[in-house]
Design a protein around this ligand. Structure first.
Ligand code: NAD
Length: 420
């Protein structure tokens, strides 16, 4: 997205965002389609048990269709399940897709005897042994578009005028209403969202505040960003401001700041219909009364397109893990992948061994694999978890169960899967 003609943009950010999501996005767009000779072979778990997925919270139909087209059995629910309901059901599923309302507690995981993977379409969890995939950047375009609409809405006091007329008051105004043409937008946090608003870099926040007519904040919640915009910074600003936090109340009351749009709050209601009041945030009622302040219920990323993209991306991660062992994109797991076993290489199979990160494991695994030719192998660790993948050739089908048993019974074993 770029700004309308005649709007300048300046940004401040320590790094320009670059992530695995970007790497995947690039890979998806530039990787040539494999020729028939090099097409990947579709792998199946050794046990050949049909994989069952539990998809909750109305996750997009695209994700469900992707799984079904790959032969998974999918049970799709529109609502979240309670801890007790999950404990009852989870034992028969190999994967689960959730959003923020479902909590995968220790009790649920204990009952999840077959669970291989969690697809997290919103939040993260950090449970040893089960990789979690999410898609934090699929909705940045939606957020950027909301910001653009708010720039115009604040400049024209659109929400106040619209609210007045809905309550029966005609109040035509041009005083303090402005075009955005020729104004400067200051972007704090030039990552996935900020960079879509287009910009040139300033050295310091002070320089940005002094130059910008509008300021928009897109930084993560970190110790150094929590009070990033305080009374001192507000006093350095010109007129307009689109903050995340409540510091601007005094500035708006004193008319130093002409307006604000806020989408994310320190404490947010748990469900639609719950009150947004002083019990939740002690300044809520004061904020609600301020003129030209747009308050929205954390909808920046809430569009049909973003939901569909999250569904596609997370379902791809899950399928790549379940079908090929790849943990690329996992939030809590070492990221391990191997070049695909090509179609026609029927003599090869894949060993996926998740284990505790301790000395001697690779020696044990490679001792077990030593009678076979290891075509390729890769291992990585993250904290207490390590993961090795290996493709081996010319294994006699009759030996597979014993080989799997040998690797599974090593003392560091968490989960061993054979994909054939
Ligand atoms: N309202 C919504 O619905 C919604 C949706 C998506 C994301 N978000 C939130 O928006 C924020 C930004 O998201 P994103 O996807 O662009 O993240 P991102 O990680 O791609 O970008 C964040 C940027 O902030 C920069 N940054 C960090 N600390 C900074 C500092 N002290 N000073 C200046 N820059 C700093 C980083 O270098 C990075 O470039 C996140 O906190 C995210 O949770 C909100």
């Amino acid at each position: 997205m770029s700004l309308p003609q005649n709007i300048a943009a300046v940004s401040v950010s320590p790094t320009v965002g670059s992530s695995l999501h970007d790497a995947f996005a690039r890979r998806r767009t530039v990787e040539p389609a494999p020729s028939s000779l090099r097409a990947p072979r579709v792998l199946h778990p050794l046990e050949n048990e049909g994989l069952r997925l539990l998809i909750l919270e109305n996750i997009s139909q695209e994700a469900v269709n992707t799984f079904r087209s790959q032969g998974y059995h999918v049970d799709h629910y529109t609502k979240a399940l309670s801890e007790d309901e999950l404990v009852q059901k989870i034992g028969s599923y190999h994967g689960i897709g959730i959003r923020s309302k479902t909590k995968i507690t220790a009790k649920v995981l204990k009952a999840a005897s077959k669970l291989l993977v969690i697809g997290c379409f919103c939040i993260g969890t950090n449970q040893a042994g089960v990789p979690v995939f999410n898609s934090p950047f699929s909705n940045s375009r939606s957020v950027a578009e909301l910001v653009m609409s708010e720039l115009v809405s604040l400049s024209r006091q659109l929400f106040d005028r619209a609210y007045e007329l809905k309550t029966g008051i005609w109040n035509k105004q041009s005083k303090n209403c402005w075009e955005i043409r020729g104004k400067t937008l200051g972007i704090v946090g030039y990552g996935h969202i900020g960079s879509q608003l287009s910009a040139r870099q300033t050295e310091t926040l002070e320089a940005l505040l002094a130059e910008a007519d509008f300021v928009t904040l897109h930084v993560p919640e970190l110790p150094e960003t929590i009070k990033m915009i305080s009374t001192e910074q507000l006093s350095k600003m010109k007129t307009w401001f689109l903050p995340h936090q409540q510091r601007s109340r005094q500035a708006i009351k004193s008319k130093h700041i002409a307006g604000a749009a806020i989408d994310v709050f320190p404490h947010e209601p748990g469900a639609n219909g719950d009150p947004f009041d002083d019990q939740l945030n002690p300044w809520a009622s004061e904020l609600r009364k301020l003129p030209n302040v747009i308050l929205t219920p954390h909808i920046g990323g809430s569009t049909e397109e973003a939901q569909a993209m999250i569904g596609q991306e997370v379902s791809q991660y899950l399928s790549r893990y379940l079908g090929y062992g790849s943990t690329m994109g996992a939030v809590n797991f070492p990221e391990v992948d191997l070049r695909a076993i090509a179609a026609g290489q029927e003599n090869q199979m894949r060993v996926c061994h998740i284990h505790r990160n301790q000395p001697g494991v690779l020696k044990q695994v490679n001792d077990a694999l030593s009678p076979y030719n290891v075509e390729k192998q890769y291992s990585d660790s993250k904290g207490e978890i390590a993961y090795v993948m290996a493709d081996i050739a010319d294994v006699n089908a009759a030996e597979l169960t014993a080989l799997k048993q040998r690797i599974s019974s090593t003392d560091a074993n968490i989960l061993t899967r054979f994909l054939t």
